[in-house]
Design a protein around this ligand. Structure first.
Ligand code: GLU
Length: 518
């Protein structure tokens, strides 16, 4: 494995005593797992470094809601509860407060206005009075001429008198950044090295809108500065506008943070991961039966690795080992099979039976497999769920499978199944019937709680009937569970219990008789 970090600068300069990172979502929809991954990397970086090096590491949550038109009610609450479900906590943020609050941009508008005024006064920004109609015409004209879209800098050189006259006339305006026309702007990126832009190709972008709200660019720079963010970790979609941010820091006379544009998560078919690929929001994964631990484990490896081999990580071991230097800049492809494998691994190897039972409860209640009640050990059916969990621990891949997989343990009646399943290989319906009638005649004398005795009795019965053990065991299994696969037959019969096994064998006999093949 090559050392991806070999020629990178160290993420933490030696004299830096505190790192501060932030996640700055716009509340425009449910939290994408790409966002969850960013949060995890922030937490691992800030808290991991605090743990390992004894320096301070702070993770800030900031809500970027300046685009009021795209605001979706309830998303902030959903985002916070989903992150907490994952076990990711912030040190400063809208609900927990902190020294740099408020942490919601719509409550900080005066900071952005002040910065915009400062930029206008220093000549780094200008008021633009172009109407939406004019901007549209400019765009169309550029398009017709095959030129890249943009603004033609029409208001860049208005004289102070012209500006004043328009202001006096009450003309609506925005504020644009005056991008230098010559030279280059360099975006230093921790993962990608220096990214160089020719200024001539950069637009004079809007930093303050006509409603007085900032655009993302101004707000993000002002807030990252005021919240003393040392490392700006965010998605790669922000790279093209990062030169404006670099210029804004310079024009405002502020020290620039370290930028680390993280790798994108791609769908298996390329492109952005979305609902089409079986879900992309954290809610969909939670409701889809994934464990937060497994999801975190999987997401950690989408762009980071310890040694290219180790696959199973707890948050604790990640906090020991995670460094930003080992994050790759290349996109990572989402692989649901791998995630499912990891979820199953966690269920099978890393959860206790008790823990699995508790996590299955809400799914079982929701599906109506067991009655409503508290989703914890005080639920009246908890012991049965625990028994089923012990037997199925190595078979559950997703918690959503629990209602189906556990139903024959937890419900009195079996859902209808095909009578043909009762007929063992190389045998016919009459053989199956003979076998089950023999079982029915002895089962009440067998103590199903004693697995060894039950097995001995049924093996002897197979001999008496002239059948192979498997030819007798299969109809018993199907009669008891309604399916051909289950945990070990005798532990399964013990868990289902004497009464239910007896009545299910009787039902299977009726089912076979109803086929008219016997
Ligand atoms: N509000 C931006 C978003 O939701 C955040 C970008 C950033 O982290 O700078 O993507």
């Amino acid at each position: 494995m090559t050392d991806i970090a070999a020629d990178r600068p160290r993420a933490i300069p030696a004299d830096m005593q505190e790192v501060r990172v932030r996640f700055a979502p716009s509340p425009t929809g449910s939290l994408h797992i790409g966002g969850a991954k960013l949060v995890m990397y922030d937490v691992l970086f800030a808290h991991g470094q605090a743990r390992r090096e004894g320096k301070r590491g702070t993770f800030v949550l900031r809500i970027e809601d300046t685009d009021q038109k795209r605001f979706v009610e309830g998303t902030v609450e959903n985002l916070m509860s989903e992150l907490r479900w994952l076990g990711l906590e912030w040190d400063e943020g809208p609900d927990v407060g902190g020294p740099c609050g408020p942490y919601v941009q719509s409550e900080r508008t005066h900071h952005y206005k002040e910065a915009a005024e400062q930029l206008i006064a220093s000549g780094h920004a200008y008021r633009c009075f172009c109407s939406p109609e004019r901007l549209k015409a400019v765009r169309e004209d550029l398009q017709k001429r095959g030129l890249p879209p943009g603004y033609d800098r029409h208001c860049r050189n208005l004289s102070p008198d012209q500006v004043q006259a328009k202001l006096d006339a009450g003309e609506s305006h925005v504020v644009r950044f005056r991008m230098p026309r010559e030279g280059e702007t360099i975006v230093p990126d921790l993962l990608r090295g220096d990214i160089t832009y020719e200024n001539e190709k950069l637009e004079d972008l809007v930093i303050l809108k006509s409603d007085g709200f900032p655009t993302y660019h101004l707000a993000v720079v002002v807030d990252d500065h005021e919240m003393q963010i040392t490392h700006v970790t965010r998605g790669p979609e922000w790279i093209p506008t990062a030169p404006l941010h670099v210029r804004l820091y310079d024009a405002l006379g502020w020290e620039m943070p370290i930028f680390a544009h993280m790798p994108l998560i791609l769908a298996p078919t390329g492109g952005k991961l979305s609902k089409r690929h079986g879900g992309a929001s954290l809610t969909e994964f939670r409701e889809g039966g994934y464990l937060p631990e497994a999801l975190l484990n999987y997401l950690a490896l989408l762009g980071w690795s310890l040694d290219g081999e180790t696959e199973i990580f707890t948050m604790d071991t990640l906090l020991e080992h995670f460094t930003l230097e080992r994050v790759s800049s290349s996109p990572a492809t989402f692989d649901r099979d791998k995630l499912d494998w990891m979820n199953q691994y966690w269920i099978n190897h890393l959860l206790t039976v008790d823990d699995l039972a508790t996590r299955c409860l809400p799914f079982l209640i929701d599906a109506g497999t067991i009655e409503d009640g508290p989703a914890d050990a005080t639920h009246p059916r908890y012991d049965d769920v625990e028994t089923a969990s012990a037997l199925l621990k190595d078979r559950v891949r997703l918690l959503t499978e629990a209602p189906d997989l556990m139903s024959y343990f937890l419900q009195d009646t079996l859902p209808d199944y095909d009578a043909a399943l009762l007929i063992p290989k190389k045998a016919d319906a009459a053989t199956a019937l003979r076998a089950l009638e023999a079982v029915a005649s002895v089962v009440s004398d067998v103590d199903l709680a004693d697995e060894e005795a039950t097995e001995a009795r049924f093996r002897a019965l197979a001999d008496e009937l002239g059948l192979k053990a498997g030819q007798l065991f299969m109809p018993i299994r199907v009669a008891a569970t309604g399916r051909t696969q289950s945990p070990g037959l005798f532990e399964t019969l013990r868990a289902i219990g004497q009464d239910r096994v007896e009545s299910r064998v009787a039902q299977a006999i009726d089912k076979l008789k109803a086929t008219n093949q016997v």
